[in-house]
Structure formats: structure tokens, C-alpha cells
Design a protein around this ligand. Structure first.
Ligand code: TYD
Length: 407
């Protein structure tokens, strides 16, 4: 367990702004409910100088990203097409050929790199989770099965030369040694190389009340303000930002060595909007904390009312995010009977902490519950699109964003 009272970037004392109580690992799906389960206190702190919203304590990375890590990117068609578009965006921004080199940090099952591989663009994925790394390797993608670090960055640079592009999607917010990471990335980049990364966006979390973005793996929730602070320490700057709908609201950040490119006006526009939202002020997160407590209470109450009315309630999507909700709000198998999901790594297992059984989404249509909590709310369009019949037949969806309500 790594507990810090100080900002991982600036070393300033952290202000405690949110307490989500005792939690298991977000992705800690269980084979049996009799297994011993790891728990820790999920609290968030804010550092006013670095503007970094971060976890106060975080389990050791080896506990989270091990060989049986259950998260797989290619479980959603929307994510597959998103990464295809991201590939198009990257090659539109930077001309890449057989002489180029692209590195992806946290390449998961190869959902993004497979496009570079298909275009014969030299690439390397760095992925610590063996199971998903092997899936990528089987697709012909070159993968280094390691945790990314400054030392690994230097090794990659030595073995392969400098990179034109470094990519990361939903990864950098997982890595606590953020300054080491930034300097490792800079080491790998050519003088005109660029870093493009995307992560869940703090501004969306605050606007939507999506506190489920907060769990052990997300040690940071970034904003343009904090990304600027991190990378200016290694001589890099934001040159572009673009909002993405993935993961319930993400930001794509493009960075380069300071002065190498002139920043797009989108950068200063986003920073102004963040200042207007108060993302530089701890009080914003304290107000958010009150909203989170209300949201948890209301969801639990709604589910209890449904149970009292004799309704059968299930959930859709065994997301890591929903681990935070269930354990914070005290929602277990007495309120949500099963979770439907399409990940082979989750079906037949139990949700972390509250032990709701996970069954295949193929059973949803034949075994339709009266009400379904849309735990994978970030895939609303895809899931509701697949199950239009459910609504027509009287089934109801419930969500917690931006507030607890029926869809
Ligand atoms: P994901 O969006 O990756 O969220 P998190 O990062 O919080 O885990 O998780 C989506 C989950 O929903 C994943 O387990 C796959 C599942 N899912 C389905 O079961 N059916 C679907 O149609 C989609 C889109 C996702």
C-alpha cells in the first residue's frame, strides 16, 4: 500500500477532499466469494499548486495489473472504432512510414497498435498484464511485457531509437510516479516527436457527478491545468486538446517539447473553462463530495424501493467503476441480483467487495429483469441500441449520471 499525504508531483501537503470509504480493487473480480479480499480506504486529495486531483492511498501496482488482470479493451465496438479513429488522427497529425517508430504505453490487447501493425509502422507496446499482452502478441503486435518506467524508456530508446509518437490511452492516470513517467516519455521522443494521450477528464467527473471514475487504478484524474504542471517540469507543453466521449468523458492531450510547435488555441480555451469550473480550487471538490454522498444515498434508496415493490433489479456491465458505487453506497446482491457482461474474464465470477454474480450478457434478453442499473453508462448508446426490445417490453434502465434517474 502506498499512502501519501503529499502531492506526488509538487510534494505539497494534500488537502483531503473526498472519502469513498473502504473499497476492494476496482477490477478485483473473484472466482469464489470465500476468497480473502484486499481492502483499502479510498480517499482523494487535491494539491493547489500542481492542481493534481489524486488518491491518497493506492494499492501496489502488482496487486492491480497482474497476469489475470480482467480488463480488456476489445469488449466494446465503440472502443474499437474509437481507437481506429485515434489511429487516423495520429497519422493525420504526423506522417508515419516504415522508418518511423511508435510506442504505446499500456497497449492492453492491442486495440490501437493493431492499426499501426497493419500499416507496417514499426511499433512497440509496453504492457505489464501478461494475459492481455499475449492477446496482442497473438495479433502480431510487438509487446514488451513490463511496467513502463524511466529505466524501461531508456532501454527502449537504446534498443529501438527515438520515437516519433508516444501514445497512451487510459494509462497515464494509473501511474503514480508521474514525474519519472514524464521524463521517461521525453527521453524516448525525437526532437519533433509528440506524445498523445487520453484519460478520463476531471472536468467531466465534476460536471456529471461520475464519482465512479475514482478507484484504485486511477491514481490521478487529470485536467489541462494539471497536465501543464506535470510536463512543464520536463520541458514539454500542451499543443492541442480534444474532448472525447469515451469512458464517460475523456480528454485527448497532445504534447511536445516546449517551443517545438505553436499550441492550438484549444489549449488556452480549455484552461479558461477549467478555471471557470474551479478545477484549481479545493473547495470545488468539497462541494462535489456532498453531491457524491447524496447520489450514493439516492441510488441505494431507489433500489430498496424497487425491491420493496417486488421488482427484480440487475445491472449491466461489470465495470471497475461500479465497484466504487456498490461499495460506497452499500449495494450488494440483495439489491442487484446479477450483473450482465460480455467479458470472458468476468463471466462466472463475482463483483469485488459486494459479490454480485456476473453472467453472460447473452442471457439478458431471455432473463430480462424489471429494472437494469446501467453500470456501463459510458456505453449507453451501444448497450441500449442492442437491447431496444427490452424497453419496448417494459424493462427500465436506471443510471446515476448526472443524477440518479430512470432513462
Ligand atoms: P469499461 O467501459 O471498460 O469500464 P471500466 O473501465 O469502469 O471497467 O467497462 C465496460 C464493461 O461493460 C466491460 O466489462 C464490458 C461490458 N460491456 C458489455 O457487457 N456489453 C457491452 O455491450 C459493452 C459495450 C460493454
Amino acid at each position: 500500500m502506498q499512502v501519501t499525504e503529499r502531492c506526488r508531483l509538487s510534494d505539497d501537503p494534500l488537502e483531503l477532499v473526498l472519502d469513498l470509504g473502504q473499497q476492494p480493487l476496482g477490477n478485483g473480480f473473484m472466482d469464489s466469494i470465500n476468497q480473502a479480499e484486499f481492502r483499502y480506504t479510498l480517499q482523494c486529495g487535491f494539491a493547489p499548486t500542481s492542481k493534481l486531483f489524486q488518491l491518497i492511498s493506492q494499492p501496489e501496482p502488482e496487486l492491480m495489473f497482474h497476469g489475470k488482470y480482467a480488463f480488456m479493451s476489445e469488449t466494446s465496438e465503440h472502443m474499437s472504432s474509437h481507437f481506429e479513429q485515434m489511429f487516423t488522427h495520429v497519422v493525420g497529425r504526423k506522417v508515419l512510414s516504415a522508418d518511423s517508430f511508435v510506442v504505446e504505453i499500456g497497449s492492453n490487447d492491442g486495440i490501437l497498435l493493431k492499426h499501426f501493425a497493419a500499416h507496417q509502422i514499426p511499433h512497440l507496446g509496453v504492457e505489464p498484464a501478461e494475459y492481455v499482452a499475449n492477446i496482442a502478441k497473438n495479433k502480431g503486435i510487438r509487446v514488451l511485457n513490463k511496467f513502463f518506467s524511466k529505466e524501461i524508456a531508456a532501454q527502449i530508446h537504446e534498443d529501438y531509437g527515438a520515437a516519433d509518437v508516444v501514445l497512451a490511452a487510459n494509462v497515464l492516470c494509473h501511474i503514480p510516479s508521474i514525474l519519472d513517467l514524464a521524463s521517461g516519455i521525453k527521453t524516448m521522443l525525437k526532437a519533433d516527436g509528440i506524445l498523445i494521450f487520453e484519460d478520463p477528464y476531471l472536468g467531466d467527473v465534476i460536471r456529471l457527478g461520475s464519482y465512479d471514475q475514482i478507484y484504485d487504478e486511477h491514481v490521478f484524474l487529470f485536467s489541462a491545468l494539471s497536465v501543464t504542471e506535470i510536463f512543464k517540469r520536463v520541458g514539454m507543453e500542451l499543443i492541442d486538446v480534444s474532448h472525447q466521449t469515451t469512458h464517460g468523458g475523456s480528454m485527448r492531450y497532445t504534447l511536445a517539447r516546449t517551443g517545438a510547435y505553436s499550441p492550438n488555441p484549444s489549449v488556452s480555451a480549455l484552461i479558461s473553462s477549467e478555471l471557470a469550473l474551479g478545477l484549481d480550487d479545493a473547495r470545488t471538490f468539497m462541494v462535489f463530495s456532498d453531491r457524491v454522498k447524496e447520489s450514493g444515498k439516492k441510488l441505494r434508496q431507489t433500489l430498496e424501493d424497487l425491491r420493496s415493490a417486488g421488482k427484480r433489479v440487475a445491472a449491466y456491465g461489470a465495470t471497475s467503476k461500479s465497484t466504487t458505487i456498490y461499495n460506497f453506497a452499500g449495494i450488494g446482491a440483495d439489491l442487484i441480483s446479477v450483473i450482465y457482461d460480455n467479458s470472458p474474464t468476468k463471466i462466472g465470477r463475482y463483483s469485488p467487495g459486494v459479490h454480485i454474480p456476473i453472467v453472460s450478457e447473452s442471457e439478458f434478453a431471455s432473463d430480462a429483469p424489471d429494472v437494469t442499473f446501467l453500470a456501463a453508462w459510458n456505453h449507453q448508446q451501444e448497450i441500449l441500441g442492442k437491447h431496444q426490445r427490452y424497453g419496448i417490453d417494459g424493462g427500465r434502465w436506471i443510471t446515476h449520471v448526472p443524477q440518479v434517474r430512470f432513462l
